[in-house]
Write a protein that binds this ligand. Sequence first.
Ligand code: SF4
Length: 91
Amino acid sequence: MDNQQPKDPQNPSGPVAVKQLKVKVDRDLCIGAATCVAIAPKTFVLDSEAKAIVLTTADEESPETIIESAKGCPVAAIIIEDEKGERIFPK
Ligand code: SF4
């Protein structure tokens, strides 16, 4: 969709800074289940390879929702760190 642009076109699946979070999708793990898209639709969309990418609109999503989406990923492909590089999820 036209309004769904990757936040970092060089690294569509991250790592990308989203407010105080750093969000990355492990494309090797991602199976395109789209649970993340369902939970955090402003943050994630599937690309043409059915891998999740991080959107420019991710900043409009609450950090809690982004963390929830990582927890909802069936293969734990979404890696979230804080601004100090400390792993928030998966632990
Ligand atoms: S929920 Fe996980 S496996 Fe599914 S699209 Fe998102 S990152 Fe990929």
